[in-house]
Design a protein around this ligand. Structure first.
Ligand code: CMP
Length: 134
């Protein structure tokens, strides 16, 4: 079941210089990077991309954090890429993430949690189309 999923390496990870360490984990677990780019989000883009969260209590923090610096966005491809990427990332809350996951190793809080990954086939489609013309 070959799938594609969207991955975002967030501003905390970019400023810590761990893009390479994170990408190595994807590649060594069989997820191929098929496209990638670095950019800085605007408030309008964060509102659009995270629209489902716009009324949540944490949205203000999420907004401030996501516009705070550059992000590194990638399309990952592989067997069951959506689920596998979520396993490698670990729980949204780094305190609840399993040992050995990216968020366990590098996350500081639910907001500063290093990476984003699509959570379903439909969100993967939407999120890939949001950032890439393929
Ligand atoms: P992400 O996978 O990018 O998708 C939505 C983001 O909202 C999530 O990662 C977190 O960064 C943030 N988020 C989700 N739940 C909480 C929470 N309880 N407190 C703070 N931030 C949260």
């Amino acid at each position: 079941q070959k799938e594609r999923t969207l991955s975002i390496i967030k501003p905390d990870a970019v400023s810590k210089g761990i893009i390479g360490a994170i990408i190595s984990r994807f590649e060594s677990s069989g997820l191929l990077i098929v496209s990638a780019k670095m950019l800085q989000l605007t408030t309008d883009q964060v509102l659009e991309f995270y629209n489902e969260h716009k009324n949540k209590f944490f949205f203000k923090d999420l907004m401030e954090f996501m516009i705070s610096g550059p992000i590194f966005v990638q399309i990952l491809e592989g067997n069951y890429a959506i689920r596998r990427n979520r396993e490698i990332m670990g729980n949204t809350d780094p305190m609840k993430a399993l040992a050995g996951t990216i968020r366990f190793d590098y996350g500081e809080s639910c907001t500063k949690n290093v990476i984003h990954g699509s959570d379903s086939e439909s969100s993967a489609k939407y999120e890939i189309a949001y950032f890439f013309d393929i």
